[in-house]
Write a protein that binds this ligand. Structure first.
Ligand code: HEM
Length: 450
């Protein structure tokens, strides 16, 4: 397999929207096997064909603003559960906030998408029993990662770890099947993802999706959404723990909105939908309700940094940038988010954490680059761009903003000594399907009111 990696923002802007190119990914097969027992392609792993178009349209509509507003109480509920658990912990032992936040993100997708409490956050203290959603999903994802590294892994059935991985994938499919059964037996809330998935007409039959096609789409939303959001939130906690001046600004902002626990109120008032745009530092209105803090964290630690690949649909060479760049047929174009976010010719001081760099208007646009189809090419693209960008980004943004506001409203987080300081964290960056810290993110948690 031949791959060309590019970081030119104008080229990426054009390639992401080119009708002659399609999304591809060397790992699609492994991810499709993870998603369902038949290995059918899904919204994430399939080509941009008629099936992808109908699924994408329906799922995108599930994530529109009015549905997200209707589902906001569910996000707050999942976060509230995490806060209650953190408050109930006795002693000074450090907590793995990466695991905690991945759990909370999984529960958010379960509640917002399917009206079910999957108990992932609860099992932080109760333990993950076999067949429990968190245990099943992480074990199956680990197997998908192993299959990405070794595409022939499936055939090596004499190996114990391969047999265990296959069993883990089956256990995960069982959890997903139970969600599909609930979707079919109960009438889902019209603002849920479940209701939107049930409305899809399969383009090959004209009928609603059968289980063999529906289940992989459900799995894909969990796979694409829970670790990405959870790891991002954990990277935010890490970055802020290294920059007390940033935490001071968050505290000031939360206090001004009565969202900070303190002598006047041991429990801050619950966050509301209308608060999100008021969080000017944590959540910047001009950046479509997303925080400078989160933006800078996603630039420095892009959890889906390995995405995005494109290939020529016809197999013939494709000319881009007016013929200045030719993508040979059969060669993959890799537009690595991490490489773009860290390129020295694109960002000043790219390895420093500076949320303020995004205070400048248009900071996510590339500088001194010609317009592409009338638009400014972007240099910040944690959710990719073009027709195959992240369909769940509204939920990710909303969950991050709500969760971080509530977490910082109640607690302060210090990196636990076991992590070996910032250097220990950086040295343990682990890039698999997503970017995380191999040691987790152990934090000492200090309640704002004892
Ligand atoms: C901080 C959190 C997230 C990040 C950084 C992120 C990032 C990305 C990126 C970079 C892609 C493009 C992948 C590629 O081209 O290979 C993508 C696609 C996708 N994401 Fe996300 N994502 C996040 C959260 C979510 C959530 C919460 C969901 C749903 C619950 C979701 C669902 C999807 C799906 C289904 C696709 C495939 C869309 C398509 O190809 O049409 N993501 N995401």
């Amino acid at each position: 397999m031949q791959v060309i990696q590019v970081t030119d923002p104008a080229l990426i802007a054009e390639a992401s929207r080119s009708k002659e190119l399609d999304r591809t990914n060397p790992g699609n097969r492994a991810l499709s096997i993870f998603a369902g027992p038949h290995g059918y392609p899904t919204l994430l792993t399939g080509p941009s064909d008629a099936r992808w178009r109908v699924v994408r349209k329906s799922v995108a509509s599930a994530f529109n603003t009015s549905n997200m507003k209707a589902q906001f109480p569910n996000i707050r509920l999942a976060c509230g559960q995490l806060i209650d658990i953190l408050k109930s912990l006795k002693g000074d032992a450090a907590v793995d906030m990466d695991s905690a936040l991945c759990r909370e993100s999984l529960d958010v997708i379960g509640r917002v998408g399917f009206g079910r409490d999957l108990g992932a956050t609860r099992s932080l203290t109760e333990g993950d029993g076999p067949g429990q959603a968190m245990a099943a999903t992480t074990a199956a994802l680990l197997e998908a990662e192993q299959t990405l590294l070794d595409p022939l892994r499936h055939y090596k059935i004499w190996r114990k770890d391969v047999r265990e991985g296959t069993a883990a994938t089956k256990a995960f499919h069982k959890v997903m099947q139970s969600l599909v059964d609930t979707m079919r037996s109960e009438t889902p809330d019209p603002s849920s993802i479940a209701a939107h998935l049930l409305d899809i007409k399969d383009p090959s039959t004209g009928k609603p999706l059968e289980d063999k096609r529906l289940l992989p789409e459900v799995s894909t939303l969990f796979m694409a959404g829970f670790e990405t959001t959870g790891h991002t939130a954990a990277w935010v906690l890490f970055a802020v723990s290294q920059h007390p001046e940033v935490e001071a600004k968050i505290v000031k902002e939360l206090r001004s909105l009565d969202l900070l626990a303190g002598p006047q109120a041991a429990v801050p008032r619950p966050i509301e939908w209308d608060d999100i745009p008021q969080l000017v530092y944590l959540t910047a209105t001009i950046k479509a309700c997303f925080s400078f803090l989160c933006i800078e964290t996603m630039r420095l630690y892009p959890v889906a940094g390995g995405a995005t690949f494109r290939h020529s649909k016809s197999g013939k060479d494709v000319a881009l940038r007016g013929g200045k760049f030719i993508l040979p047929g059969g060669v993959d174009l890799h537009m690595s988010v991490a490489a773009i976010h860290h390129a020295k010719d694109i960002w000043k001081d790219p390895y420093s954490f500076k949320p303020e760099r995004f205070l400048e208007d248009g900071a996510e646009d590339a500088k001194d680059v010609p317009l592409v189809n009338g638009r400014k090419p972007q240099r910040f693209m944690p959710f990719s761009q073009g027709s195959r960008d992240c369909v769940g980004q509204t939920l990710a943004r909303l969950n991050l903003s709500t969760t971080l506001a509530q977490l910082y409203g109640n607690f302060s987080f210090q990196l636990a000594p076991e992590m070996g300081g910032a250097q220990g964290v950086e040295a343990s960056r682990r890039t698999a399907i997503t970017l995380s810290c191999a040691k987790g993110m152990l934090m000492n948690i200090r309640p704002r009111v004892k």
